[in-house]
Design a protein around this ligand. Structure first.
Ligand SMILES: Nc1ncnc2c1ncn2[C@@H]1O[C@H](COP(=O)(O)OP(=O)(O)OP(=O)(O)O)[C@@H](O)[C@H]1O
Length: 645
């Protein structure tokens, strides 16, 4: 038989003893409620058996090995409310509260498992009908004991109470004078998390305290569903503040601040529920989701508190209002008791096992109970202190995230294993993953911006080049004539001749062949590859005329008009201009290959090719014009040196 749970020891003794050293484990008591009338009517079987006072045995309905869980105390359905009160050792917690400790009792379990019953007894049977004394819960019994104890102390003790609920992730004051409104949860170094403007009511008698309890219970949200006629839809926290004034007693700074002293908090958690089982719809389903989410956050904090390394660094108490308000009880300076409640029915076994595992984990969590704070230390201003704390936490979280990201491969396996253990871990996984993806996206965006900027520069260069070409070809030559490439001398007269076909009319003075576009019969000396569309390197004359070619006359299918002498005399000038011009890239070089370009890469490649294409076009035009034998070897070809840059 598999056995899980707390180490050996006398539960009554450990519960009664209270904090002994720096590390005090959370005490866990398990209560199994009796089978309900509905469960008996449906003929459901019990799957739980208590063996001894500390062990619960679980028998799966389909057979299979029994599983045993050990807790500080296990109480079966036959145990009375008084038995439960005694077994839980709440009196000891009350004593500690009187000595200045911060103590918490919280119930946990599936919906309908008896949490509210354990803390406050069954719901009243009608308006003004009070619960029989034998059925009242741990809270009323503690109140009675505490008031009696205070009376016999012989020193003045101030008692105050507050009562709040966390409903759909909003904190509502159940003792507020008007209708409850959402209250903020704040943090400061002196108090930890606390609810701002929460009403604290001073009381002096048991009757007054019971009235406060009744007032809160009647205002707390509850609804009916398949598993519970009066199901609590919120987590409720009833806190008793005990202060014993001493000569050095620090007075509360303002009316909303808790007095220096001990406290005893009773937390009735809303029950976890499977919406499919409870049949919750609409508002009930929203409430159930909110309840489950906050219980998940609580479970996650408990799991992390068990990990010594995580515990030293960061526990995400800020993930929900519930974990914020329980932070001190779970991982801080409090003394804590958990009462886990389960139904015995085999039908509820999956939820029961989940509660048992949750409770098993919780009893391995330890706190470091701390007595009253030294008087005379003025707490820092709330806003300042909270700001400092948040900054510190923020810095810490960032460094954690960086560490996780840099240690990626080694830690990844461990993180995945951890994430697989619970859903909340998976959520955390996704958050980290999202952060990494966001970072990657930012990098991609910046390289895309860089590429766009480069594209812009290249587009400007192309535009500039085209503009040069066009203006050079169309501007009439003024002033000094260009050098004749044949004679290396002025060519004012020879190149001013009307354009003639180069195949039979080279320049009569310098013998340089005339550009083919100047010849009315130029098709006859254009190379074959230019005319054949399928030939490699084909350039269509109609579609690929050089940019400096004359514009076609409107409506004409004929070749463009003949060039004026200034057009063709510019060609060598233009070539020389290009030879001497060095293209200096004004942006970093583009990565080669378009596949890696995130965006706009192809556009950039087109642009990088265009200056080359333009240069080639000039070259080919100029080479054509030199296909005729050159007059002299020393003659500099206009195309020479027009290497693609
Ligand atoms: N030990 C018990 N003996 C007799 N009746 C019990 C016991 N525990 C619970 N019940 C009854 O079972 C029903 C459900 O109990 P209770 O409302 O306390 O459950 P709960 O866990 O608080 O549920 P929820 O999370 O939905 O609020 C109630 O009618 C209650 O009176």
């Amino acid at each position: 038989m598999e056995e899980r749970g707390s180490p050996d020891g006398d539960p009554a003794r450990s519960l009664e003893q209270g904090p002994e050293g720096p590390e005090t484990p959370i005490q866990v008591v398990l209560r199994v409620r009796p089978m309900s009338t509905a469960e008996l009517r449906r003929g459901e079987q019990s799957a739980l058996h208590c063996s001894g006072t500390r062990t619960l045995q679980v028998s799966p309905p389909g057979g299979g090995p029994d599983v045993a869980f050990r807790f500080g105390a296990v109480l079966d359905g036959a145990r009375t409310q008084e038995d439960v009160f005694r077994a839980c050792g709440v009196k000891r917690l009350g004593e500690l509260a009187l000595r200045g400790f911060s103590c918490t009792v919280f119930t946990f379990g599936q919906t309908g498992s008896g949490k509210t019953y354990t803390l406050t007894g069954p719901p009243p049977q009608g308006e003004g009908v009070s619960v029989p004394p034998s059925l009242v819960g741990i809270m009323q019994r503690t109140f009675a004991w505490l008031l009696d104890r205070v009376q016999h102390l012989g020193v003045p003790v101030t008692l105050r109470a507050s009562y709040l609920e966390i409903y759909n992730e909003q904190v509502r004051d159940l003792l507020s004078r008007g209708s409850p409104r959402p209250l903020p949860v704040r943090w400061n170094k002196a108090r930890g998390f606390y609810v701002e403007q929460l009403r604290m009511v001073e009381f002096a008698s048991l009757e007054a305290l019971m009235e406060l309890l009744q007032m809160g219970l009647s205002r707390r949200r509850s609804s009916s569903h398949t598993l519970n006629q009066a199901s609590s839809r919120s987590h409720a926290l009833f806190t008793l503040y005990v202060s014993r004034p001493t000569p050095q007693q620090v007075p509360p700074v303002d009316a909303g601040e808790s007095p220096v002293g001990g406290k005893l908090c009773f937390v009735d958690l809303a029950g976890s529920e499977k919406v499919a089982t409870t049949g919750s719809r609409g508002q009930l389903m929203l409430e159930a989701n909110s309840i489950n989410r906050s219980l998940l956050a609580l479970g996650h904090c408990i799991s992390l508190l068990l990990d010594p390394q995580r515990r030293q660094s960061h526990i995400p108490f800020r993930d929900s209002k519930l974990t914020k308000l329980l932070a001190d009880s779970l991982g801080g300076r409090g003394v804590t008791l958990m009462v886990a409640c389960v139904s015995p029915s085999a039908q509820c076994l999956p939820e029961t096992l989940s509660t048992l595992r949750y409770a098993s984990r919780a009893q391995r969590v330890t706190t470091r109970p701390q007595g009253p704070k030294s008087p005379g230390v003025k707490p820092p201003q709330p806003a300042e202190a909270e700001l400092l704390q948040l900054k510190e936490e923020n810095r810490h979280l960032r460094s954690q995230l960086d560490q996780i990201q840099t240690k990626a491969p080694g830690i990844h396996g461990a993180r995945v294993a951890w994430a697989q253990q619970n859903l909340y871990g998976m959520l955390q996984e996704f958050m980290l993953e999202n952060e990494r993806l966001r970072k990657e996206m930012r990098q991609l965006q910046s390289s895309r911006d860089l590429a766009r900027a480069e594209q812009h520069v290249l587009a400007q260069q192309v535009h500039e080049l085209e503009r040069h070409l066009l203006s050079a070809c169309s501007r009439p030559q003024q002033g000094s004539a260009p050098m004749c490439p044949g004679l290396m001398g002025p060519a004012a007269s020879c190149h001013a001749l009307p354009p003639l076909c180069s195949c039979c009319h080279p320049c009569p003075l310098c013998r340089v062949s005339l550009a083919h576009w100047a010849c009315p019969r130029r098709e006859c000396h254009v190379p074959q590859q230019v005319l054949e569309p399928d030939a490699p390197g084909h350039i269509s004359l109609s579609s690929r005329l050089p940019p400096w070619a004359p514009p076609p006359s409107p409506g004409s299918s004929k070749p463009p008009r003949e060039r004026s002498h200034s057009d063709w005399t510019q060609t060598p000038v233009l070539a020389e201009m290009l030879i001497g011009e060095e293209m200096v890239p004004s942006a970093p070089p583009l990565p080669t290959g378009s596949l890696n370009m995130p965006m706009g890469g192809s556009g950039i490649l087109n642009l990088t090719e265009r200056p080359e294409a333009l240069t080639c076009q000039i070259n080919s035009s100029l080479n054509l014009s030199h296909s005729q034998p050159q007059p002299s070897e020393s003659v500099k070809s206009p195309g020479q040196g027009l290497a693609p840059h």
